[in-house]
Ligand binder design. Sequence first.
Ligand SMILES: [Zn+2]
Length: 302
Amino acid sequence: MNRFLQIVCSAVFTTIAIGILSLSGCAHTMLATGWSNDTGISEIFDTTERISHAAGLSTLSMADDLPNDTERRVGQLRIHSDFPLAGQHRLIRELDNMRATISQELDLPVSDEPIHLYLFENPADYQAFVQRHFPRFPGRRACFIETDTTLAIFAPWQERIAEDLRHETTHGYLHAVVPGIPLWLDEGLAEFFEVPQPADGFHRGHADHLTGRLLEGTWQPRIERLEELEDAAAMSQDHYAEAWCWAHWLLRTTPQRRQVIEGYLHDLRRDPVTVPLSARLRELEGPPSVTTQAVRHHLESL
Ligand SMILES: [Zn+2]
């Protein structure tokens, strides 16, 4: 057994032993090759084999393993589950409402592009599905996958499902209108919107984590480090927390900073190759050391 297989297998047994709740948050990937269309799950996954060669996915057919007992259409969402799930479930309404919230918060248009949510009642079934079809994914509680034509989320129905689906659905809404959004900002905004609405984007866990790191003297905000990230699997808790912190600072401090992030997202919609946010902030705020200080102060004030 090679090392990769060992890791995967031990992850399976660990998961069964200590439960899926111990797995960390989001797994997120983009597949470069196109699925032929997005009119239905069977058609989407008929092309699994073609994708697999480019993306390292399994060559097994996915359609048989997908939850398909019920399907609900709610706004942009197409919710497929292997258990009865009322269309008016409070969480489903909340996820639907997030489309307008995100659009208003970031001054982005809304899209009608379907976002497919595949919900597994049994966490072990979800784990088996991910192991079978996305063997190179890190073990995470939920996955978001984007191809040229499809936005899809996979998640088990467990204790933290609300937080996980708010996070992954944010990816879906963002990618429907800003497909070229950089990884760090995508994750920072998903962390911002994953908290329940009354928290207004404030993520207590991340704030406490970063405050602790500041006190230890082991961390400083630096946006350029985030901008270098290209692989979601390489993102640590520090990265997720810092990405959230920058998003919160941009959206919850001054109108000028809000305009910078809105302008950046607008430009990304037209062309993913545009002036990075760090350069835009240098124009607005001055040298990086000034911005770092401002973000530190913001964190300390929370
Ligand atoms: Zn994510």
